[in-house]
Design a protein around this ligand. Sequence first.
Ligand code: 4AD
Ligand code: MG
Length: 447
Amino acid sequence: MSAPMVRIEEIAQHVAEEVTIQGWVYNRTHKGKLVFLLVRDGSGFVQCVAFKNDLVIEVFESMAHIPQESSVRITGQVRADDRAPGVPGGYELGVTGFEVVQASAEDYPITLKEHGTDFLMENRHLWIRTPSQWAILRIRATIISAIREWLDQHGFINMDTPILTPAAGEGTSTLFEVDYFGDAIYLAQTGQLYNEANIFSLGKVYCFGPTFRAEKSKTRRHLTEFWMVEPEMAFCELDELMEIEEQFVSHIVQRVLSERAAELTALGRDISQLEKITPPFPRISYDEALEKLTEIREATTDPELKERLQIEWGEDFGSPHETELTKLFEKPVFVYGYPTEAKAFYMEPWPGRPEVSKSVDLLAPEGYGEIIGGSERISDPELLLQRIHEHELPEEAFKWYIELRKYGSVPHSGFGLGVERTVTWLCGINHIRETIPFPRTLNRIYP
Ligand code: 4AD
Ligand code: MG
């Protein structure tokens, strides 16, 4: 075959030319003298149309019987056709040549019928080939690229923080213990504490890596292994933190819109909802949020909702609370000033209100809820030590962390954005397990 090899995502630039693509057969239909193959190559899906009279009969017959998932090379003329299915769609290939690399075994388990989630999870290594999963994983990669792009362009230095850690960073109830030559150590729940050291050398930093939490409940929002980006800044207080977060998140959304519109459309995402995501974002205090929740509770006639929204001052919001709150806003909403007792040990108290912390969560709209947790950090070494005792953390393991408050301490703040939560929201899907190639959850570690 002498036609140039192209990727499906570039096919629009080759209308009326003969090209070759290589990929896999996703779907096949046969109507009399016509065979339609929907072929995917990693960059997109395109329809290839073979007309019996145009091909040697053996080639046409081999196309007419090619099993789903067979690997193939196809040469053909690119035609624009609005009705042609595919991603991005609107183009098809009039087949002139067809070559089989491997005919797939006939028992491919993921047929084009509906399958149950357990079955799909068990076959995750194959499930990722389907258009919805392919689209989600492409959007995920763009989100990660946009995260790095914004931080790198805004003076943040990438610092890799350790994954093997001597103590808890985010509470002792979700630690994964590892045997380290006879000592018990833990997989990192966060890189933040190390970044608080890094800012005193580099000013503005971020870490970006996998984090681990032994989440013992099954929810649509929790993985046991998830990716988090954590920016941390010296000389930064809560207001500035929120400004940075809204610029950062808006950049991610806008980049996904400009680069991955075809994938969003393939997922059926309402893009107009995402077009609204521009700074500034609304800000409400925890106290105001609690008032709004009380109003919703009082107004609803649904007894189950009343029950689910039950909350006392001092408790952290659960997903039902976040879901109701985000319905009140079109953009992500900042909730700041959570009760000290509901949050991590390292948060700076609110001036004059020690029962409140200088914390802020960012809740994604349309019911998605928390995608970012962040705060200003305690800068007083005495108070920090007191908190470490209150939380029953091992003082020895935090000696270095307290010392940071001794040598040129400054107000400093940071936040953590969960990649998988962000992917869930931007893709408009209802479960976090589809947002990472091989999810790790309470009940699943295979494949
Ligand atoms: O709110 P979290 O626990 O905050 C921290 O870890 C801080 N150290 C961040 C910082 O200030 N540097 O987690 C931050 C984000 C959450 O908002 C959520 O998006 C995500 O991490 N996250 C999870 N994502 C998936 N599965 C889980 N089990 C998650 N736990 C947290
Ligand atoms: Mg949080």
